[in-house]
Each structure stands twice: as structure tokens, then as C-alpha cells.
Design a binder for this molecule. Structure first.
Ligand code: SAM
Length: 241
């Protein structure tokens, strides 16, 4: 990633890209294939969620895209009040339609806009899902402010589930892992696809390492965390309030 974070895509540029990419995020069986182990990660989040979610609980899906994480959680934990939040109107409309049509949600509410502008009362949610969205947070202040707000919005015992692109602290390890991701992308759709994905990550994303994020949860009001999965430049963890 050579583009400095101050020059990364603006919120408007990110919104426009996702407005035209709804179909790619609408496949529940495969998940988003540009992320490694997507179906496994959806399953792990849904199964871990089922251990603490009860019918009637309220959940929030940040950067919900077309709703895959909420839909998969509802398969294991029906009758939840689902709040879907995204920058992109076409994504939100698709997510709302899919969640309604699943017949498994108790209610569905949508929130359009940058997640940094959302606000909820303390203790609103039993669970917050953040699938492939937090890599759009930029500087340390941004990450710290949002994690503190997520903890505030959760009930005691509520959980934040994050599945995302991550970086590594040691440059040689970073290089190995990016090479492995490149090989994965090339195997999926060829070398041009690998270059396209690498280019938009460079232009758009500011991921953080797993240790950075786990330590941040401890400083932001969470009591415990666990890593559910990690493969190359992707990780999935939960943090409990
Ligand atoms: C890579 S997609 C992931 C979608 C979904 N969570 C999934 O895993 O299938 C990221 C989503 O986050 C949304 N997004 C990006 N930045 C955001 C922000 N600052 N606030 C709210 N949503 C955002 C995009 O519009 C897009 O729908």
C-alpha cells in the first residue's frame, strides 16, 4: 500500500464504487470471494453469535453491503431486530429486501450514511457486525473514537464481530502474506483480477494489524476478545463488552 492515507479515496468515491457493485456482495453461499475463507467466516460468526443471541435481541450490521452477515446470523439466530447501516443506497436497499424476504428477522431498520455519523443510545445492541468495512477507518483517532462508540452502543456481555483485511507489523511477513493473497486472487480470476484488487486496496483501504485492533478493544471498553479465524491478510475476531 503506497498511497498515503490522506490521499486515499473520499467517502463519495467509496460510495460510488459500492453503488455499482451490489451483485458481488449478494451471494450468501460464497460470500465475497475477494476475501479468503468468506463462507467459513460467515459460518463462524453465525455459530458464535448463536451462543449468546436470543430471539428479540437487537443487532447492528455496519457496512452491511447486501446483508450477508445479517442473513447468515439470522439462519442460526432467528427473530432478531436488525439494524442495517451502509454508505450505499443500492446496497442498503438490497440488504433490506433480502433480510425481509428471508422471513427470519423480527424487524428491519436501515441507516444510510458514513458509520462515523451514526449514533445510538448506550446499551442498544446485543451484537455489532462489521464485515470488511473497518479498513475504511483512517488515522488512529478515527479507529479509537469508533471502537469506543461501538462499546458504548453494546449491552454488557454484547459482542462486536469483525471480519476484515489486516496488515502485519513485520515487513517481511507482510510481503509473504500479500504474495499469498495475490496467488489466491490469481487462482480465482487470473492476474488482471489480482492487479485490479490490489489497485483498489491501495487507493481505498487503510487496514490495521490484528494486534493493533485487539489491543484497541481492551482500551475501548471491551473486557475480552477471541480470534475466530486468520488466514493470510484476513482475520475474524470478536470482542465482548
Ligand atoms: C467490502 S463491502 C462488505 C459488505 C458486507 N459487510 C459483506 O461482508 O458482504 C463494504 C461495505 O461497507 C460500506 N462502507 C464503506 N465505508 C463505509 C462507511 N464509512 N460507513 C458505512 N458504510 C461504509 C460500503 O458501501 C460497502 O457496502
Amino acid at each position: 500500500m503506497s498511497t498515503p492515507w490522506e490521499k486515499k479515496s473520499s467517502i463519495e468515491e467509496i460510495r460510488t464504487r459500492f453503488d455499482h457493485d451490489v451483485e458481488r456482495f449478494s451471494q450468501l453461499e460464497t460470500g465475497q470471494q475477494a476475501t479468503m475463507d468468506a463462507p467459513l467466516v460467515l459460518e463462524l460468526v453465525a455459530q458464535a453469535g448463536a451462543r449468546h443471541l436470543q430471539a428479540g435481541d437487537t443487532i447492528l450490521d455496519l457496512g452491511c453491503g447486501a446483508g450477508n452477515f445479517t442473513l447468515r446470523v439470522l439462519q442460526e439466530s432467528p427473530d432478531l431486530n436488525c439494524h442495517l447501516a451502509d454508505l450505499s443506497t443500492p446496497m442498503l436497499e438490497r440488504a433490506q429486501q433480502r433480510v425481509r424476504e428471508s422471513g427470519r428477522a423480527k424487524s428491519v431498520e436501515i441507516h444510510e450514511g458514513d458509520l462515523r455519523t451514526l449514533d445510538f443510545a448506550e446499551g442498544t445492541f446485543a451484537c455489532i457486525l462489521a464485515g470488511a468495512v473497518l479498513h475504511h477507518l483512517r488515522d488512529d483517532a478515527d479507529w479509537e473514537r469508533e471502537f469506543t462508540r461501538f462499546a458504548r452502543w453494546l449491552k454488557p456481555g454484547g459482542r462486536l464481530y469483525v471480519a476484515d483485511l489486516i496488515t502485519f507489523n513485520l515487513p517481511d511477513v507482510q510481503e509473504v502474506m500479500w504474495q499469498r493473497y495475490g496467488t489466491y486472487l490469481e487462482g480465482l480470476k487470473g492476474p488482471d483480477y489480482r492487479e485490479t484488487v490490489f489497485a483498489y486496496i491501495d487507493r481505498e483501504d487503510t487496514p490495521r494489524s490484528l494486534p493493533y485492533q485487539l489491543e484497541l478493544t481492551r482500551r475501548s471498553g471491551f473486557q475480552a476478545y477471541d480470534v475466530l479465524h486468520r488466514n493470510s491478510v484476513f482475520a475474524c475476531y470478536l470482542a465482548e463488552k
